[in-house]
Design a protein around this ligand. Structure first.
Ligand code: NAP
Length: 306
């Protein structure tokens, strides 16, 4: 059976990743798009809201991919679940943990499919790293996630709002990888958020996790040496380095041969399985780490971001 999809929130990630991944996967067909300000490039019907889509196309879609900024996602997901649709959530799956738990409970109650997709967990280094680390004791963890916000998020004002997550919108990708590969959950012991004087969300953040030498550094001010790297040392003497957001894996100095970097093909393969088996697949751990950091973070004001 073909799953008729609607993409809700037709911005950068919807256009560059979701629409092509849906087009390429034989289980899916793009049937509609929801875009409040229109989407002239769409080849399928466009509606300003999910409500209007459902009015115009009753029984016209089976599932939705929610690609909006996180703040509006909960209300739309509730509407979709109540309408009996399968739901895929882009990361971060909700703006708060309570919203995410509510969606999970509603989907279970209604017997509908819910999948909280963390795209970085689908990078090719993640599964092999998780297998190598699953019975290890971790002696050192270093997350080094630095990029140029002007290059990657031009014109995205929502990302600087209090519920836009700032640099942690990107940093949560690293947290989703460590949630998938580490044998035990992380505890945030200290956090510092660096917030531009004219913004609400951090441009950089430092986290220190429980255990000596467990830390993360996220920075959106990097221009020449961007990095999306995670290094893990184990008590047994192993050293893993995941580089390029999980595109590369180096184990004890040796580059591993991995499959292609095809995160969204893998996400839609998983969503096809979720739809076929009608399951709820929600990993709340990355959002939990971020929420913990926000609860205890020291806030430091930095230069205005223009
Ligand atoms: P974006 O380019 O700003 O797109 C967001 C889209 O959502 C916009 O087209 C916006 O429409 C639409 N939208 C806002 N409110 C809506 C509503 N109530 N109903 C329907 N649509 C609504 O942002 P993005 O980069 O695609 O990011 C979206 C999500 O994907 C974020 O959670 C982000 O973390 C995640 N993500 C982004 C990337 C990336 O590289 N950009 C990668 C992976 C995941 P208007 O512009 O018309 O308001």
């Amino acid at each position: 059976m073909t799953v008729r999809m609607a993409i809700i929130g037709y911005g950068k990630i919807a256009r560059t990743e979701h629409a092509p991944a849906i087009a390429r996967h034989p289980a899916f067909e793009l049937a509609a798009v929801v875009a409040p300000n229109g989407a002239p490039d769409s080849e399928v019907p466009v509606f300003p809201t999910l409500t209007e889509l459902l009015d115009a196309m009753p029984d016209g879609i089976d599932a939705v991919s929610l690609c909006t900024p996180p703040r509006v996602r909960h209300a739309i997901a509730v509407e979709a679940i109540e309408a009996g649709l399968g739901v895929m959530l882009e990361k971060p799956p909700a703006a708060t943990l309570s919203e995410l738990e509510d969606l999970e409970a509603r989907a279970r109650r209604n017997g509908t499919t819910l999948y909280a997709a963390w795209h970085s967990q689908h990078a090719p280094a993640v599964k092999p790293a998780a297998m190598l680390l699953h019975s290890e004791v971790i002696s050192r963890l270093a997350i080094d996630w630095r990029e140029d916000v002007r290059k990657w998020h031009p014109g995205q004002d929502w990302i600087w709002e209090p519920d836009g997550f700032g640099v942690l919108d990107t940093g949560i990708n690293a947290l989703s990888i460590v949630s998938a590969i580490l044998p035990r959950p992380l505890f945030v012991d200290e956090a510092e958020f660096f917030i531009p004087a004219n913004r609400q969300a951090p441009i950089a953040a430092h986290l220190r996790f429980r255990g000596s030498d467990h830390a993360a550094r996220f920075d959106w001010r990097e221009q020449s040496n961007e990095a999306w790297n995670i290094s893990v040392d184990t008590a047994s003497g192993r050293r893993l380095s995941l580089q390029g957001g999980g595109a590369r894996l180096i184990v004890d100095g040796e580059e591993q041969i991995l499959g292609p970097f095809a995160e969204y093909a893998s996400i839609y393969a998983r969503f096809a399985d979720c739809m076929a088996a009608n399951v709820v697949d929600v990993d709340s751990q990355p959002l939990r780490i971020l929420a913990d950091a926000a609860l205890i973070a020291r806030r430091t004001t930095t230069a205005p971001y223009i």
